[in-house]
Write a protein that binds this ligand. Structure first.
Ligand SMILES: Nc1ncnc2c1ncn2[C@@H]1O[C@H](COP(=O)(O)OP(=O)(O)OP(=O)(O)O)[C@@H](O)[C@H]1O
Length: 586
């Protein structure tokens, strides 16, 4: 290619939906360019000889051939620093509240003016910087320079990757994000740092995934736990409870920071998320959950290219908090809408479609996203560890799990929580199907050490009971309950107790929206003891229906309301009464 005829400013040649082409532009792949007189930001996604193909992050209506296209020479990057927590951003990190405020409507997400500019981090706000080093100290990538209070936490200001040297010109006190806090080697280091979104941030070591992200949801923690730093896929059809589940996870899981990417939901649905999320109360602090949340919002009526970028923007911000030694939970709702954006851009590029019209690189792109989940030892001498756990909702059309996004997510995520339309219709929530879901994370050791030595045995027992119940119910449907032997009828009774009294958990029940691991263990122990007593009675010849009808068994349904402090006592007491009642039967 003759680069001599190309310059940093080219000319618009063709526009098709979110895709534009420029000629005469000297650019590298993934450079950010400003398109047209309106200076709409876009990213070079293909270079064909002298033509640059650009995906544009804003509505391209009104662009005309011949308008200028200017290369910024930078890849798509995000601003990182204090002030991110509590923000609502779009896929290219524009602060929506700030932009909407100028238009006076806080939820007028879709009407933000084209080409509107605002930086993600406020340039005027001052932060109280307390240094943790002294001038003359030698520092390297990831070392702590100092902290500033941000929302409810101390935000660590770290030496950026690839920077090292002697600390000079160290400052203290009130500073703006762009003002240097120190010079390290030859580089001025400010709180504000940039990072290209399509590149994973470095860490010193990836760690094995041995600790769960505790969620407070019984079906998850007990049956299908997710590792801190792991990835989960939540496929579910319309109305199966994806949003409620993701909100419960945001609220109750043991994550320090939550990144929520609302990806291409309908405009009004997202408005609901924007209204609901700030109203969620953080159970740890009693203040708004937004204090430790960053919301990234992209509605279907916003440009598709920005939606494509949003998951990379989100995961880069997540890695930034991970590098500070924090545990981050990133939720994407939903990756299907993101995949649709990819499909639309690809079809405009006239690429050869693969499965269901998605581009052939769908699997690679999804993998690039999921692979950025992980637990790491961070750069720096503080011996910090941090993690990013990715939870991706998938909304397959018609609840069909054989479609490409569900199938690829399944291969990439270690945990699969399959939401079930039939369960949701029966109001069984969370509607996680226990026969189709699974976890590949080996966390039994952690639960045995931290909760109770018999946790793995109880968990395996519960899974087995539920599976046996499912097979037996199929027989009952075909042949009726009379076809079952007495011990099989016991399995049906216990399976029902497990489903109704253990797995069901309403997100709207104040006392039960979250359940501690100790309580989960106590509840399961009580059901297990009830099983043993019931099986013994039936072995002695008591009719299964008579045994299953003892009134104390019904009390198992009240366990979820037991106060934490009294549950051990209440459980021992109930178990003893169940045994006595069953022993008295003849
Ligand atoms: N854990 C839960 N506890 C109690 N009720 C729930 C729970 N999960 C879902 N529901 C009920 O199901 C309804 C639908 O849930 P939700 O809006 O999360 O579904 P969705 O899968 O996100 O739907 P959509 O496909 O429209 O995005 C809720 O309004 C609520 O009534």
């Amino acid at each position: 290619m003759n680069t001599q005829t190309l310059t940093d400013a080219g000319t618009l040649w063709r526009v098709a939906g979110p895709v534009a082409e420029a000629i005469g532009l000297h650019a590298r792949l993934y450079d950010v360019v400003l398109v047209g007189t309106a200076q709409l930001p876009g990213e070079v996604i293909r270079i064909d000889g002298k033509r640059c193909v650009i995906q544009v992050y804003e509505d391209t209506a009104g662009l005309a051939v011949g308008e200028p296209v200017v290369n910024t020479g930078q890849p798509l990057q995000v601003e990182l620093g204090p002030g991110l927590l509590g923000q609502i951003l779009d896929g290219t990190q524009r602060p929506l509240r700030e932009l909407a405020r100028r238009g006076d409507d806080p939820y007028a997400v879709a009407t933000i003016a084209r080409g509107a500019r605002a930086t993600a981090l406020d340039r005027e706000r001052r932060w109280d910087f307390s240094p943790a080093v002294r001038e003359g100290d030698q520092v390297g990538p990831g070392d702590l320079l100092g902290t500033v209070p941000d929302a409810a936490m101390a935000h660590r200001v770290l030496v950026p990757p690839r920077v090292s040297g002697i600390v000079r010109n160290l400052r203290t006190g009130l500073l703006r994000v762009s003002e240097p806090v120190a010079t390290v080697g030859d580089e001025e280091v400010a709180m504000l740092q940039y990072w290209p979104v399509r590149q994973a941030r470095p860490a010193s070591q990836r760690l094995a995934l041995e600790v769960p992200l505790v969620t407070g949801q019984r079906v998850i923690d007990t049956l299908f736990p997710i590792a801190r730093g792991g990835a989960a896929a939540i496929p579910g059809g319309f109305g199966t409870g994806k949003t409620v589940l993701e909100q419960s996870l945001a609220k109750w899981s043991t994550a320090d920071v939550v990144i929520y990417i609302g990806c291409g939901e309908r405009g009004n649905e997202l408005a609901e998320v924007l209204e609901e999320f700030p109203a969620l109360v953080d159970p740890r602090t009693g203040t708004s959950l937004m204090q430790r949340t960053v919301l990234i919002a992209n509605t279907s009526n916003m440009p598709v290219a920005a939606r494509e970028a949003s998951i990379y923007t989100g995961i880069t911000i997540a890695e930034f908090f991970r590098d500070q030694g924090l545990h981050v939970a990133l939720m994407a709702d939903s990756t299907s809408r993101w995949g649709e954006a990819l499909r639309e851009v690809s079809s405009r590029l006239e690429e050869m479609p693969a499965e269901e019209g998605y581009p052939a690189y769908l699997a690679t792109r999804l993998a690039e996203f999921y692979e950025r989940a992980g637990a790491v030892r961070c750069l720096g001498d503080e011996n910090r560890t941090g993690s990013v756990t990715v939870i991706g909702a998938v909304s397959p059309a018609g609840g069909d799990f054989s479609e490409p996004i569900t199938q690829h997510s399944l291969r990439l995520a270690g945990t699969f929580w399959a939401l079930d339309t039939a369960l949701a219709r029966r109001r069984h929530f969370p509607s996680i199907n226990w026969t189709r879901s699974y976890t590949l994370y080996q966390l039994d050791g952690w639960f045995a050490d931290e909760v109770s030595a018999d946790w793995p045995v109880l968990r395996a027992w519960a899974l087995d009971m539920l599976q046996r119940e499912t097979s037996l119910l199929e027989i009952v449907q075909l042949l009726g309950a009379d076809a079952l032997a007495a011990p099989q009828r016991v399995v049906l009774t216990i399976g029902r107790l497990l489903r109704e009294d253990f797995l069901q958990q309403s997100a709207f029940d104040e006392g039960d929206a979250s359940c501690s691991l100790a309580k989960q263990h106590t509840m399961l122990t009580a059901i297990h003891a009830a099983h043993d007593a019931l099986a013994t009675a039936v072995e002695r010849g008591v009719a299964p229906d008579t045994a299953s009808a003892v009134p104390t068994l019904l009390e198992i349904g009240r366990m979820r309301a037991w106060p934490e402090a009294e549950m051990a006592q209440l459980s021992n007491d109930l178990t003893a009464r169940i045994r006595t009642q069953l022993e008295e039967l003849r």
